[in-house]
Write a protein that binds this ligand. Structure first.
Ligand SMILES: [Zn+2]
Length: 501
């Protein structure tokens, strides 16, 4: 018997759905979107510009190290996290969150009247508090003021997707009936019925130089096609011009019924792909260990398909194929125990560990892959220990069979955040392991330093090594952009020019 499965999308504007240009038709000609570029990556120069603003500097001066990604069109901190900030206010989560917004972030804030509480959730580790923005009494779509607050009242993360300087007439030119008749234009399926939300909304539309704001009607059009498959079109109609700004079918159909899909896993985390003066990003975590009844590893894209159907309990750990991360000479790698379901599962390590672990893990696996691809050698197919935030010293790293990175100090960042240093220390490992594998011994300290830097330069193609090391300067530790030094001409009393670390 042939049946039809209807999947109702839980969210509007699902990432990855077909996106076309402004006002154009996509898919079956019925779906329309205003989103022109949904895969845009942060621009490091723009990010740097907003990070160096007086407002953000004031915030970090008071609250210590915080990482931030700005909305590049609005200049508002879209996501920020860092050293937990205590809230000195009594009351419920809503009150505490508002206090934080209006004290620590008051320079970014909109009028208090425009902040509307949506809800709060008490999680196992964190509380989540959410607000949306209103303007002239109308809800601003896609606005969000979100905070993650620990159970001891410290703000761990916040995000402000808010819009300032809106100049918008909130009196519609169109009647609801006009809007509904516009909403059905271009639909080929039979219209069953049409409804609208009497609360008009404000839609921020990203343009080249900033957001433009439109007053919109939310209209829902129910349809049925020749196969009697229903459609439910969530539609935004410009309340001044009548333009269909957005229209998406919330009913996705697939026939015939399928067996349960396999368990697809994507493991990811927020880390610095280069160094802490470039933006952080959510990056797939390759070769991560996934243990159910036995252990397997994600591939080089952080993905894994498990045979059989979910749900199944699994532990996913940064004890990877080529790197295990520990914290200050510990022995246990950060891990997540979770339930994996049939279909897609995204495992995000941000909730159980921090950017230092994730950054070190990422760069060690990256240099492993680079070495192997360049040489074809398997001598480094070992699980390198990345020992992060080693106490007792700072501004340095060393290799002793493990890669060791010192903790943050007043002059230096946590060294694990600097990709070049991971490549360099791993390079010492290559010197040691590769020579030994061929029955030789690598003993030149100076040459070893230079060799180790080569791995960093090979990967980054940047002659300056170690950007991100220092707090007060964005310079690296050394640079290879000068004239080359050649043996024996450039002997300077020592065996060779000596470098550290
Ligand atoms: Zn070294």
């Amino acid at each position: 018997m042939k049946t039809t499965i209807l999947l109702f999308t839980a969210l509007l504007f699902v990432a990855g759905s077909a996106i076309a240009g402004n006002g154009s038709y996509a898919n079956n000609g019925e779906e329309i979107t205003f989103i022109k570029n949904n895969k845009k990556l942060p621009d490091q120069y723009v990010q740097r510009y907003f990070r160096s603003s007086d407002v953000w500097k004031k915030f970090t001066l008071k609250n210590g190290k915080w990482y931030v990604e700005f909305d590049e069109l609005s200049g508002s901190p879209h996501r920020a996290f860092g050293k937990p900030i205590a809230i000195n206010a009594a009351g419920n989560l809503q009150t505490k969150a508002l206090h934080f917004l209006n004290t620590e972030l008051k320079d970014y804030m909109i009028a208090a009247n425009d902040i509307h509480f949506v809800g709060s959730t008490v999680g196992e580790k964190l509380n989540y508090v959410n607000f949306v923005q209103y303007h002239k009494g109308k809800e601003v779509l896609f606005s969000s003021l979100t905070l993650r607050i620990s159970h001891n009242d410290k703000v761990m993360m916040f995000g402000l997707d808010i819009y300032k300087d809106m100049d918008i007439n909130v009196n519609p030119a169109l009647s609801p009936q006009d809007a509904m008749s516009k909403a059905v234009q271009g639909l080929v399926s039979k219209i069953v019925n049409t409804g609208y939300n009497k609360e008009l909304k404000i839609l921020p539309i990203p343009e080249e130089d900033g957001y433009v704001h439109r007053l919109v009607y939310e209209v829902t059009v129910h349809t049925t096609n020749v196969d009697r498959i229903p459609g439910k079109y969530y539609t935004l109609i410009d309340a001044h011009t009548g333009e269909i700004v957005y229209r998406q079918n919330q009913v996705l159909s697939c026939t015939p019924p399928q067996p349960p899909p396999p368990i697809n896993i994507q493991v990811q985390g927020t880390l610095f792909p280069t160094h802490p003066y470039d933006p952080f990003a959510v990056i797939p975590l390759p070769y991560v260990k996934v243990t159910t009844t036995s252990s397997v590893y994600t591939d080089d894209q952080g993905q894994l398909i498990l045979a059989g159907a979910g749900p199944v309990s699994a532990t996913i750990s940064l004890e990877g194929r080529w790197c295990k991360v520990v914290f200050d000479n510990g022995t246990v790698a950060p891990s997540i125990t979770t339930i994996l379901n049939s279909g897609s599962n995204t495992i995000d390590f941000d909730s159980v560990t921090d950017i230092k672990h994730l950054t070190a893990y990422y760069h060690i696996t990256k240099v492993h892959d680079y070495f192997k691809a360049k040489t074809g050698l398997t001598v480094m197919d070992i699980q390198m220990i990345a020992n992060v935030d080693v106490a007792g010293s700072s501004c340095n790293a060393y290799y002793n069979g493990d890669c060791n990175f010192y903790a943050e100090s007043s002059t230096c960042n946590s060294i694990a955040l600097v990709g070049d240093v991971a490549y360099h220390e791993y390079g010492h490992g290559i010197n040691y392991e590769a020579y030994q594998a061929y029955g030789a011994n690598f003993s030149s300290g100076s040459l070893g330093e230079g060799y180790s830097d080569l791995w960093a330069m090979g990967i980054t193609e940047v002659p300056e090594i170690g950007i991100g090391f220092y707090k007060m300067s964005q310079n690296g530790i050394r640079s290879y952009s000068g004239a080359p030094k050649v043996y024996p001409d450039d002997i300077t009393g020592q065996v060779l020019e000596k470098y550290k670390p």
